[in-house]
Ligand binder design. Sequence first.
Ligand code: HEM
Length: 473
Amino acid sequence: MGEADMREAEGHSGSTSHSNGFSSSPSARILTLAILFQMAQTYGPVFSLYMAETHMVFVNGFSSVKEVLVTKGTQFAGRPIVPVIDYITNMKGIILTHYGQEWKEQRKFALSVLRNLGLGKRSMEERILEEATYLIQAFKENASVPFDPYDVLDSAVTNIISTLVFGKRFEYEDGSFRNILELIHQGAKLIISPWSMLFNTVPFVRRLPLPHQMIFKRAEKLFAFYAREVEEHKATHVCGQPRDFIDRYLEEMRKPENKGLGFEDSTLLVAVSDLFVAGSETTARTLQWALLYMVAFPEIQEKCQKEIDTFLGENTCLKYEDREKLPFTNAVIHEIQRFSNVLPLGVVHAPIKDVQFHGYTIPKGTMVFTNLVSVHHDKTQWKYPCEFNPSNFLNDEGDFLKPEAFMPFSAGPRMCLGENLARMELFLFFTSILRSFQVFWPDQSKAPDLTPNFGLTQFPNHFKVALKCRQQT
Ligand code: HEM
């Protein structure tokens, strides 16, 4: 926003709505949700601040966030240029691509592959259920002593993306798989590190041999791994018989009508990376929170298990459509998502041209963050905004209902394209775990710590759980 526009904004809101201690030193003060909430209290639902030269607008509360994502969804459907990401992806792929024809085509294609989840002969539901058996087996192997469930959850969830994209799963102990998981996690951390911010804001440091080069080294390794998979697919793919996302993409690349729509090798690699980045940690963190809430609220766990036992019995094979029979369990899964806010600020948006919003002029390309936590705690929208309570998703008769303010997957034209897959995974993995185990907090000397760590994703501190088998599966 230019100076004139900022003055206009301040004049309108009657407040000094930017900077406040973030002016020149990005690492001097860490932006936390608590600070964002405080600022929203002081400055209202829309305020902005500067991180060095970067101008950021924050939008808070259900009605304003909905206005950005839905009512003015197309006007805000762009992505800003983030130099560190631009350097890696060249703004290709799906997640951080600018709004335009190429993004629309890439998104439409990825959605069609996801919708058509029955790639090959087996449906995605069958694949998730098969992966659930490996997950349960891995839990059983760890059941003798308290263990940290995160790696197993992460492996199971990443295997679903791998099945979709590469057509194969990996053993949880496979060294190359663990390497890939590690590279994805480190990448997510480094992207929001002070070194990355320095790269984004101070152009002359970009070529210097400083720690930000680690980000690019790791990205190179990941992309080399994806490229090997693509080459293997090129060598073995039979035209007309696609096995997975890569095969389908290779077929799209050959279609003359797709010329100029970005269907090329470099975009394929970024699209593959996007699916892994977007689809693994988000879902794995949600399941990690799920187990933490279940040990923190054993009475809720028990109520889910009673419902599952009553309506599914011991021998019935679990299906995704069973969520209709399990309103309480379904409500618990939604409450876990509402309360854990794994992507607290969603993914950054940007206006595709200058836009008027709440009396401000927000210039094209400005970073706009939608505070999804503020939506999920909006007192005007929830029965119990600040407590973990599945009744937020139940009516007086105990039927499941989903308030409009539930938006962990965001909303509007840019909303998560993996929502259906993620919801299927959450239900099938969560229900399989609770069917098979009673999950406890092993340490009687202290209570579970539900404090989130705030970053690109919100996650709990590592914790261990104890398991007791409930039935033979
Ligand atoms: C619990 C799991 C998940 C959560 C909470 C989640 C949440 C989100 C959110 C908040 C966004 C940002 C939307 C916006 O810009 O307003 C997003 C975008 C996206 N998600 Fe997810 N997601 C999850 C799982 C997945 C999965 C499993 C996949 C892929 C298979 C996926 C693929 C994507 C992609 C490609 C985008 C970018 C869409 C675009 O820019 O057009 N996500 N997700």
